[in-house]
Design a binder for this molecule. Sequence first.
Ligand SMILES: Cc1ncc(COP(=O)(O)O)c(C=O)c1O
Length: 375
Amino acid sequence: MKLYDVYPLFDVNIVNGEGCKVWDDKGTEYLDLYGGHAVISIGHAHPKYVEKISNQVATLGFYSNSVINNLQKNVAELLGRISGYEDYNLFFINSGAEANENALKLSSFKNGKKRVIAFKKAFHGRTSLAVEVTDNPKIIAPINANGHTTYLQFGDIEGVRAEIEKGDVTAVIIEGIQGVGGVVIPEESFLQELQTLCNATDTTLILDEIQSGCGRSGKFFAHQWAGIKPDMITQAKGTGNGFPIGVVLISPKFEAVYGELGTTFGGNHLACAAAEAVLETMEEENLLENVNRVGEYLMQELRKIENIKEVRGRGLMIGIEFEEPIKEIRRRLLFEEHVFTGVSGTNVIRLLPPLTLSMTEAKEFIRRFRKVLGQ
Ligand SMILES: Cc1ncc(COP(=O)(O)O)c(C=O)c1O
C-alpha cells in the first residue's frame, strides 16, 4: 500500500530531535524555527517528557473514560493554575479540530442556536464544523458546506453586532492570533467589545488558542494580552509537545450533562503524562519569560533587515511578510542553511520555534537568515 498523497513534501527525512535541533537520516543538523508546526513547546526529547511518558507507558498506557483517571484531574489543576483559569472546567480530546468541534457543539446545546460568526482568513481545522467555520472554500467539501457560518472582516465589531441582533447566532469563534491567516493580532479593543457583546446576548465567545496558546505569545493565552475571559478556549498543538492532545476550557456558566460530549482516546494516560511534563516544565524553566525575551530580540533584529514589508507577532509566533513570494527563501533556508521555518499564504514566513529557543540559537537564526537574504 502507498500513502494517500495529500502533502507536498520536502525531500528530508527527520529521524532525531533534541531541544531546538533536529537531524535527518544522513546526520545533517537543522535549527528548528518551525517546531513541527507550533507543536514542539518544551523542546524535542525533553528529559522530563521522555521520563514521564516512558514511566507511564510502562505502568498503564490506556484505560477508558468510564473510570477515574487522576492524571486528568492533575492536568486540569495544573492548567487551571498556570493559565489563570482555575474556575473553568476541562474537556479532553485529541486534536485542535476536535476541540473546536466540541466547543461549537456545546455552545449550540446551551443556547439552542446554530449560526456561527467566524472571520476572514480564519483557520479552525479540517473536520465537519471546524472546517465549516474555516475561511477557505478549497478545503470545505460540499458535505461540510451547511450554511452555519457568516465570515466577517477581522475587527468588524459593527458587523458582529448586526449579525447577533438577528437572534440565531450561537457563537463567535476567533483565533487568539490568526496563524494560517498570516500572524495577524486582533486589536485588544476588538476582543474586549466582542466579549461585552457576547455576554450581553447569550452568545458564546470561543477563543481558538490551538496555535497561539500554551505560552506561545508570551502570555499563557494570546487573548490574555487584551485582558478578556472568553466562555470557551480551545487548545492543542503545544499542549502535548508532539503527543496528540486537545482540550476545551469551559466557563462555569456551562453545566455538564452526561452524554452530551464523549471520546474514547481523549485524556488518555499517555496524553496526560505528556501534558503534565509540558506544564511542569513551563513553570520550572520559566518559559514565558524566555518566550518574551527571545521573541522580542528576534522581532527587533528582523525589523533591522532591509526589504521586509512587515514583521508582526507576539512572543515566539512571528510573521515575516515580504512583497514577493517567499518559497525560494524558505527553500534556501532549509537546504543551504539548514533551518526549518513555517509559512502563511505565499508571502509570509512564519516562525513557531520551541518555547525553549535560546538567545544563542536566535542569533544563529538571524545570521543564517541574513545570509540567505544577502545582507
Ligand atoms: C488556529 C488553529 N485552529 C485549529 C487547528 C486544527 O488543529 P488540528 O490540526 O490539531 O486539528 C489549527 C491547526 O493548524 C490551528 O492553527
